[in-house]
Design a protein around this ligand. Sequence first.
Ligand code: PLP
Length: 231
Amino acid sequence: MFDVALPESLATARERLHRALEHAGRPLDDALLLAVSKTKPESAVRQAHQLGQRDFGENYLQEALDKQTALSELDDIVWHFIGPLQSNKTRSVAERFAWVHSVDRLKIAQRLNEQRPATLAPLNVCLQVNISREPSKSGVAPEETLALAREILTLPRLRLRGLMAIPAPAESMAQQQAPFAALRKLRDELQASLPEALLDTLSMGMSDDLEAAVTEGATIVRLGSAIFGAR
Ligand SMILES: *Cc1c(COP(=O)(O)O)cnc(C)c1O
């Protein structure tokens, strides 16, 4: 199944990222484009891979595992788990992904650490922060992030890379930028408190707020609908 729109939408997404980096005075390779393929068929991932895309984000574990199995010959794909993670599902994530962006409690981190196969490199993790302090939303509270980061640094099979957030929707560019600036500040504070860590990652920005996120220092932008179309 060939999606006639995908080559152009992927090219447009890359251009958007490059323009935003340029506008921010940052090098053009300073942020990674993560293609969020949730709900999209395996054929869309295959086609994006043919167009040079290597990093893919998935939210739903069973769907992701099915796609990984179908695409197993594409062994240079880097799979990122970005969805909510329950403790009974950590094993497959530990075994089949290179990154998890959505760690928000110690129990999940401990299980991922225990279950990460010794044959693989340590699992890259970001802490998901509830930066807009929305009730009942995923993510660790900003003031609890340092304590969680300290614990995770003791887990040898995990590599703490930084922070991820999904801010509340906002209208203007300035309103979009505020929570991203707060996440960057929190990362900088963490880095100052934890000099032994290499917190080089800010996973922030989606199809509707990529420019605001890149302006505030995003190093991974997670684009779904802008690449693969509406879900
Ligand atoms: C779905 C999703 C995205 C992509 O969202 P778009 O608005 O389609 O770009 C990014 N991050 C997370 C965590 C998601 O669940």
